[in-house]
Design a protein around this ligand. Structure first.
Ligand code: ADP
Ligand code: ADP
Ligand code: ZN
Length: 216
């Protein structure tokens, strides 16, 4: 099964993708994570991407399409993948359609995580993650069960993204509305779009997604 999670920054795409990886056995493909890894490596792609990411603008289509195309060919993607944060423009969606049909793969579902813009700044500015395993947390909504200890790996190092500030949130939201939201009618027309209520708690959102995946 191949899925896309679509929604604005802070909607819960990463949180839900990680849960689906654990319960359905799909691979999470996050272009944000891949780009951050490229930035950390200091590669040429990373240097290019960093400027846009720091401003909260989208990275060039050609860069993210190339990254995804290479990743989808890895053997672990054969059982299915969850795209988290890709595609984000119509050009990316069209490139994805082409690459899937060339590989005889298909898109099973696109799941829109619907949220009110008003909650997104709070979600993003309170976000942090385990630096060792990537498990996601939130200052108000999801603290580790034991203070300063990761629930998932027992690690003690946590990190915050430097683009998770109120200023870039505005730019990222505006990029979402102008460049990514037009993908909703695109996928509705293909008959693959499903919607979940991202304002609910994390468990309830997972339940709604699981129902869509199971076709009930
Ligand atoms: P995205 O990948 O869409 O940018 P995340 O999954 O990283 O979003 O979630 C953003 C922040 O909001 C994280 O700190 C996460 O713990 C928190 N969060 C995710 N889903 C919910 C939810 N349904 N209710 C409250 N907080 C949430
Ligand atoms: P969030 O889910 O909080 O919006 P991501 O980790 O998905 O954050 O993305 C972080 C940044 O990486 C984006 O603001 C953008 O600069 C870049 N990025 C990630 N995915 C894409 C993409 N598909 N196209 C263009 N830029 C991207
Ligand atoms: Zn951890």
């Amino acid at each position: 099964m191949n899925l896309i999670l679509l929604g604005p920054p802070g909607a819960g795409k990463g949180t839900q993708a990680k849960r689906l990886v654990n319960c359905v056995g799909l691979v999470q493909l996050s272009t944000g994570d891949m780009l951050r890894a490229a930035v950390a490596n200091g590669s040429a792609v990373g240097l290019d991407a960093k400027v846009a990411m720091d401003r909260g603008a989208l990275v060039d289509d050609s860069i993210v399409v190339a990254i995804i195309e290479e990743r989808i060919d890895e053997p672990d993607c054969r059982n299915g993948f969850i795209l988290d944060g890709f595609p984000r423009t119509e050009a990316q969606a069209e490139a994805l359609d082409k690459m899937l049909s060339n590989k005889n793969l298909k898109l099973d579902k696109v799941i829109e995580i619907r949220t009110d813009d008003a909650v997104l700044t709070e979600r993003i500015t309170g976000r942090f993650a385990c630096a060792d395993c990537g498990e996601g947390y939130h200052d108000q909504f999801r603290q580790p069960l034991v203070k300063n200890v990761c629930d998932s790996c027992g690690g003690h190092n946590f990190s915050r993204r430097n683009d998770d500030n109120a200023e870039t949130v505005r730019a990222r939201l505006s990029a979402y509305h102008s460049q990514t939201a037009p993908l909703l009618p695109y996928y509705r027309q293909q008959g693959v779009l499903g919607e979940v209520d991202g304002m609910l708690g994390v468990d309830e959102v997972t339940d709604q997604i699981t129902k869509i995946i199971n076709g009930s």
